[in-house]
Design a protein around this ligand. Sequence first.
Ligand code: 2HG
Ligand code: ZN
Length: 483
Amino acid sequence: MPDSPSPRSDPAADRARLVARLGELLGPRGLLTEPADTAPYGEDWRRLYCGRPLAVARPADTAQVAAVVRACMAAGAGVVPQGGNTSMVGGAVPAADGSEVVLSLARLNRVRAVDAIDMTLTVEAGVTLKAAQQAAAEADCLLPLSVASEGTAQIGGILATNAGGNNTVRYGNARDLVLGLEVVLPDGAVWNGLRRLHKDNTGYCLRQLFVGAEGTLGVITAAVLKLAPRPRAVELAFCALPSCAAALALFRRLQARDPAALQAFEYMSGAGVELVLRHIPGAALPLAVPSGHYALVELATPRPGAALRAALENVLEGALADGLVTDAVIAGSVAQHAALWRLREAQAEAQKRAGANVKNDVSVPVSKVPELIARASAACAALLPGIRIVPFGHLGDGNIHFNLVQPEAMDPADFLARGDAIMDTVGAVVRALDGSFSAEHGVGRLKPHLMPAWRGGAELATMRRIKAALDPLGLMNPGKVLP
Ligand code: 2HG
Ligand code: ZN
């Protein structure tokens, strides 16, 4: 059957023809059509959306991805690229009307090359971030990107959303690690830009157009990522602090001491840590007395013989003496290192178990983080008494997850009905502090309506022109990013 437009008069017949065509292209292993099989691809991690895929295409290679995109375009069907489906903003869910094809990249899961001289890793989109980290480690290198969902999140989605995570303070976001990309464009053409060059000024930087576009301009199928030297020493401290301002002061001291060694600086509210202790089996507070504020500090260096431990102890002793830190523990074993990180990484899961959540993935200049937390906390408490205010996140790069959990006794649906009012309340503080309403999770399906107010005028108009030029039919991840 040719890839030609079919008559539009009977959508059901068009869809059936498309599904049959996809079956021919992909074979039985490559296409899911039974509702029981496709349902998990329709729902997001937060369970905010319940989409219904027309079918789930599971191509095995880039040529098959291109064929799927061509077939969908010819049939006028939307294509929703999906990796590990860990989006916090519904960025990979299809529409509820059964008209869109989910394009799973899970079977493109090969590590194509690791080069310890060029310090590059070439991986396909469906490789999980954790597997990519392991491939780098086997070559004695570091893939310096780490996010809480790294066991499930896949490289394609990580790049499509320009994920940030815990190491942005030192290595930047996903886009800072991309040297090359392979992309299937909306017309089905394959752009092979898998170059490994650090200098390559040859016109517009196309790869950066696709990073962060959330699958609305094309499908990332493979990437060349920049590696870093593997750290020889790592030290981790979990600190109790009297305030968020004290956390910022501690951050500045660590930066002043050795900025090249600071690999992560994460903030947690006392209320957020309490939720982890209550809802995550095995979690335990490593300090004698609970606090209202905590910081997790990781130092790492590839330099042999660097006295990291002594440097960390020295900074912490000074901070204790000056009242910036009230207590602290330094991980003494691999197991304790993992347990301390778990208190931070399990924040999202614990909040989910505690009830309905409203998330605000926001960023402000680093210096404004304490003001953000103080002002947004006061505003939310005034808006809804009993609301549980559980901010945490990447203080070192200014990205705070200003999350709210429903009051204990409230009906979850009633709380979620207040979601827009809560987001507007936090948003007003973020705007006053020159921040962004979307730091690292992206815009997805949750936030396009906010784009005109935050990115209107020439910025949004230019984005629309780019979208129209690359995807004139508007079928690449419909309903995401652009209002
Ligand atoms: C994290 O930093 C993730 O753990 C999830 O970005 C944040 O749950 C969230 O809002
Ligand atoms: Zn985060």
